[in-house]
Write a protein that binds this ligand. Structure first.
Ligand SMILES: Cc1ncc(COP(=O)(O)O)c(C=O)c1O
Length: 481
């Protein structure tokens, strides 16, 4: 493909994408395919000779689309949202074309500099304490990671290194192995599974702190476990708080947990993967109170801030903590400005070396929507979640299982887990809308997450009518049995 053909095909692709997104609600939200559907539809090996572009595009509709779950359909209410907007798509296209690998300032200066400034912009949008910002020669700063899982891992590894150095400064005879054996990380019993996975990768113990009746970790629960563990000779070193748990969007009590972590020399990381985007609205910012006690904070604009995957933003109060943990400096990566103090080399802030020019997506989206446009998006989703909650509350066969604070509603039929499993099965088999469940202390609960950028009240009303129709059928068939 030469530049002339690329111009033509590119314009066609933009039309295809715009048509796909504009008419997405006409597609069945969840595919009908069975596991292994794809292999018989494509050759066993790559073609020896080049093929025609037209043939590839035809196969997109014939082979690819039948296997797609349409996450941007307004009938998709599963998991948490994944963001999608036209400015972000265009910025990603430009990022692909520039195709630089911005591991150091010298490897493509704008890639580093725009990221640092965009993270300051976003930090100010959510009113982060100034210690987390890089501007004015602060000690903190922000970085774009691929996912929240990676951000937690990076924080955990930096905290591990800090804890090792501290323990060795107190007792020179201790080996790294001795110390790592005694290190313990903590998180909520409602935390995302990625936190536990990160502890496996980091090779440290993890303990889940029991949450209260509202699925929240409070200070006393953490303190109790810390006291027991310290008495047993363990070294608590890391606590991952969650703001917006995956199960039911509950918020750990940072204002109680933060001071404890600070007193105990425990690194506090905050995982706000989904909920973090809402903090751009002043009325939801109170949920972040206590962030001033944290060492690191992360959320995913690729979930709820109209920036396509992947874009997970992370701030640290002291960037030296990351650099100290991860800095390896071979000659081929060195450059003249790295010790100048004016710039940072993001290769020391992350696990891989290579990194894409992801801040372009933030820049395009912030400028095209403005803070006001992004706030409108969040507010619309929260309003729709309350609309759905009100519909559920009007039907006394159903119950709401957790406070609706942002865009997630946890609900169920009053009755057994089997009844609710059957309801979810009939909802997802009908393929009109798509939902996933969660477990809330042994209760099988349906999660209704407001997801698509284009979802409107009509879709919420349709979804509820559909759910109640299936519930009627189910309850009727149970009575007949
Ligand atoms: C609270 C929370 N943390 C972490 C994750 C994992 O996110 P990622 O895919 O960015 O690693 C999720 C995913 O939904 C989440 O809800």
């Amino acid at each position: 493909m030469d530049a002339t053909e690329f111009r033509r095909r590119g314009k066609e692709m933009v039309d295809y994408v715009a048509d796909y997104l504009e008419k997405i609600e006409n597609r069945q939200v969840y595919p009908d395919v069975e596991p292994g559907y794809l292999r018989p539809l494509i050759p066993d090996s790559a073609p020896e000779e080049p093929e025609r572009y037209e043939d590839i595009l035809k196969d997109v509709e014939k082979i690819i689309m039948p296997g797609v779950t349409h996450w941007h359909s307004p009938y998709f209410f599963a998991y948490f949202p994944t963001a999608n907007s036209y400015p972000a798509l265009l910025a990603d296209m430009l990022s692909g074309a520039i195709g630089c690998i911005g591991f150091s300032w010298a490897s493509s200066p704008v890639c580093t500099e725009l990221e640092t400034v965009m993270l300051d912009w976003l930090g100010k949008m959510i009113n982060l304490p100034p210690q987390f910002l890089a501007e004015k020669e602060g000690e903190g700063g922000g970085v774009i990671q691929g996912t929240a899982s990676e951000a937690t891992l990076v924080a955990m590894l930096a905290a591990r290194m800090k804890a090792i150095h501290r323990a060795q400064s107190e007792n020179k005879n201790l080996t790294q192995g001795d110390i790592i054996d005694r290190l313990v990380a903590y998180t909520s019993d409602q935390a995302h599974s990625s936190v536990e996975k990160d502890s496996v990768i980091a090779g440290v113990k993890i303990k889940h702190i029991p949450t209260d009746d509202t699925f929240v970790v409070c200070g006393s629960a953490l303190k109790k476990v810390l006291n027991e563990d310290k008495a047993a000779g363990l070294i608590p070193f890391f606590f991952c708080a969650t703001l917006g748990t995956t199960t039911c969007c509950s918020f750990d009590k940072l204002l109680e947990l933060g001071p404890i972590c600070n007193q105990e020399n425990i690194w506090m990381h905050i995982d706000a993967a989904y909920a973090g985007s809402a903090f751009i609205c002043p009325e939801f910012r109170y949920l972040l109170n206590g962030v001033e006690f944290a060492d690191s904070f992360n959320f995913n604009p690729h979930k709820w801030l109209l920036v396509n995957f992947d874009c997970s933003v992370m701030w640290v109060k002291k960037r030296s903590d990351l650099i100290c943990a991860f800095k390896i400096d071979p000659v081929y990566l060195k450059h003249d400005h790295q010790e100048s103090g004016l710039i940072t080399d993001y290769r020391h802030w992350q696990i891989p070396l290579g990194r894409r020019f992801r801040s372009l997506k933030l820049w395009f989206v912030f400028r095209m929507y403005g803070v006001k446009g992004l706030q409108e998006h969040i507010r619309k989703h929260v309003k729709l979640a309350h609309e759905f909650k009100d519909l559920v509350l009007q039907d006394d066969r159903f119950e709401i299982c957790a406070d609706v604070i942002l865009g997630l509603v946890c609900f169920r039929l009053k009755g057994s887990n089997e009844l609710n499993e059957a309801l979810l099965k009939s909802i997802n088999s009908a393929r009109k809308i798509h939902l996933v469940p969660c477990d809330m202390r042994g209760k099988f609960v349906l999660r209704f997450a407001i997801c698509a950028r284009t979802v409107e009240s009509t879709h919420i009303q349709f979804a509820w009518k559909h759910i109640t129709m299936l519930a009627n059928e189910l309850l009727r068939s149970q009575k007949l049995q």
